[in-house]
Design a protein around this ligand. Sequence first.
Ligand code: HEM
Length: 512
Amino acid sequence: MDCHFSSLFLIASLFLLFLYGAARVFYSIWWRPKQLEKHLKMQGISGTPYRPLIADMKEFVKLISEAWSKPMNLNHQIVSRVDPFTLKNVNTYGKISMCWNGTTPRLIVKNPELMKEILSNKQGHFGKPYLNPLILILTKGITTLEGEDWSRRRRTLNPAFHLEKLKEMLPVFSTSCNQMIEQWKRKPGPQGTFVLDIWPEFQRLSADVISKAAFGSSYEEGKRIFELLKELMTLVIEAMQTLYIPGFRFVPTKKNLRRKKLDKEIRSMVRNLIESKEDSMIVGEGKVDNLLGILLQANKENNNYHMTMEEVIEECKQFYLAGQETTSSLLTWTVIVLAMHPDWQEKARLEILEICKGEEPDFEALAHFKIINMITMEVLRLYPPAIAHYQHAYKETRIGHISLPAGVDVTLPTLLIHHDPELWGNDAEEFRPERFSEGVSRASKSSLAFFPFGWGPRTCIGQNFALIEAKIALAKILQNFSFKLSPSYIHAPYTVMTLQPQHGAEIEFNRI
Ligand code: HEM
């Protein structure tokens, strides 16, 4: 009897457990998404219908595969190739529309005024969307922090990027650029003509610059760390492109083991580097003219907030991850676009010759560049290295007249806003640097329509760093070479984290 009773009890318990599990699954894959959808739809926001499990993934992959399977014409109408899914959504459902990221509704906001409200995040209700844990293998630096943790970290990092500090780092930028130019000059080719794929060239340059700027005299070790980080990044991107299975990253597959080994090696190399820097600072040898030194110095001087060794390590990795591909993307598209527009290439060269008079571009010269500045802004508009921003509403909030329930993702489609004729005029998809001749705020109908470095409190901390590097490199290239697209160049912008040339960027250079 007793035995019979315990079996019944066990079956009932299992049944209840099953019911509870089924209710949880029903709630998270059907009830909650449908409630959130209803909340948005009632406000007139429409979008793709909710499909449990596959969501919009199938359509997204189909559109991207089609778009990326063929090159495009040689023009700047790149939106339909680079981000066909968001474009289709906006064209079908409107500037404020909805799509699905798994079980999470995602609001696409193609409106600069609303974008400002979201990025200014006055009530602190928005934050970065939940991160795939794989990303945290790459970095746990400032980009992954929120709230008070983020603001203390940002205050500690800010001084390292002040213009005064960057001015002291100028020789670093110059040395790296000069080395690249000297190598190019030695390239064999008839009558000083040679063809180069500039994408890997600029990747090497920006890795070199960040390594020198971050680690000073220890930059060789820094470069090795970055090489390992790059391998780690490739493995992480690969893993993110496959179906995410919670916990799978702990299974000892060959790739998981390699990721773990790389992570360990990188940490230990950065730790050694920091320790030797700290030691040299104690004995007064270490100059504080690099990001790591500045960070350690700020750490020493600030009694209220101290970054641990692990945190300093994470920030060093972060500089590389946030700054290397973005800056090489900017430089690559600038040279491609100037190769497409020889008239602007010549105008830029004349400006440099006039301002630098054959000398090295210094800080003073950079401040006087006007044409170069306009060109850089126009390239950042047409080819923004980061094509969108992603946020998540962690608490119920309002943007404009929209009531946003907690649990909704938000996409701010930078690329689409930068190409919008309603904001930039009918020539929005043309390269016209003169639109920036009276500054950024006068270039479009809304002063918020241009935000390649983000906007608000979390705007890019390294934007001056990137712009100085890009302008110095460009000035030196223009001083030494004229260039045009090689016949083998294929115009095919696409995104792997940043906006990149899918088939490389072959450019024909001529010594001048
Ligand atoms: C052309 C080059 C660059 C572009 C287009 C760019 C773009 C951006 C954007 C759009 C954000 C905001 C991301 C968001 O809100 O989700 C950002 C943040 C950030 N960038 Fe850059 N970036 C560039 C270069 C750099 C460089 C060279 C560094 C460092 C050496 C850097 C370090 C950072 C950091 C640390 C953040 C996070 C700031 C925070 O969360 O408070 N970036 N960048």
